[in-house]
Design a binder for this molecule. Structure first.
Ligand code: 13P
Length: 252
């Protein structure tokens, strides 16, 4: 059966020293705990090689926030999936709405990133989600379907079953405005039904679908209590160990 997961997305926050301190603190906070979920921290590229050996890999997985859509070569400033994997990181966030909106990542580019991540043994945390106007026009299902189909539906069932999906309504990211538990459940169930239609019920039942967007300790329990919400992808509240732990505890 699918896993419950709480994953942090540090975004462009924390110097190397600050990131090391946060990873150490989280590791200590979890040292005597048995979280009822998988815990992942996704950090800027430069932190990965320092952070992975610092944390207990049995309790905390480490991931990147992006990777290149090319294998290697003359792509100044890019970081490949193989490079990410070589740090010991196991995960990579792909398709985050900030990358789609600010860095013009298209479904085709994301398809390549997913392919390369999988080929290098990384687990993609693939993000989908609509903007406010799309939600207000009742188009959220259509948008999310297009994002899933546009980048993922060429994958084999075996490859698809290695993914984690994150539903992040853009209007809820960093706004303090969370989707209601009912809104989250409704669209998560829709996403699972789409996966079932394409890859079968077993694959759908085994796919973890995380909610992201102003998730914090005070609302995590209500969100995660929904049958199709398998955890969270956490931005702001992953930047302090105590806040992040509060969300992890929502599974206890
Ligand atoms: P916030 O939790 O800060 O709203 O960010 C959510 C997010 O974008 C995680 O990827």
């Amino acid at each position: 059966m699918r896993k419950n997961i709480v994953a942090g997305n540090w975004k462009m926050n924390k110097t190397l020293q600050e990131g090391i301190a946060l990873a150490k603190e989280l590791n200590e906070v979890l040292a005597n705990e048995r979280p009822n979920c998988d815990v992942i921290i996704c950090t800027p590229f430069i932190h990965l090689a320092s952070v992975t050996p610092l944390v207990d890999s049995a309790k905390i997985g480490v991931g990147a926030e992006n990777c290149a859509d090319k294998e290697s070569g003359a792509y100044t400033g890019e970081v490949s999936a193989a490079m990410v994997a070589s740090t010991g990181a196991k995960y990579v966030i792909l398709g985050h709405s900030e990358r789609r909106a600010y860095y013009h990542e298209t479904p085709e580019i994301l398809k390549e990133k997913v392919r390369l991540a999988l080929a290098n043994g990384l687990t993609p945390i693939f993000c989908v989600g609509e903007v406010l106007e799309e939600r207000e026009a009742g188009k959220q299902n259509e948008v999310v379907y297009g994002q899933l189909a546009g980048s993922l539906f060429d994958l084999s069932a075996e490859d698809f079953s290695r993914l984690i999906i994150a539903y992040e309504p853009v209007w809820a990211i960093g706004t303090g405005k969370t989707a209601t538990a009912a809104q989250a459940q409704e669209i998560h169930a829709y996403i699972r039904s789409v996966i079932a239609e394409k890859y079968g019920k077993d694959v759908a039942d085994n796919t973890s679908i995380l909610y992201g967007g102003s998730c914090k300790a005070s609302n995590a329990r209500e969100l995660f209590a929904n049958p199709d919400v398998d955890g969270g992808l956490i931005g702001g509240a992953s930047l302090k160990a105590a806040d992040f732990k509060g969300i992890i505890d929502a599974f206890n």
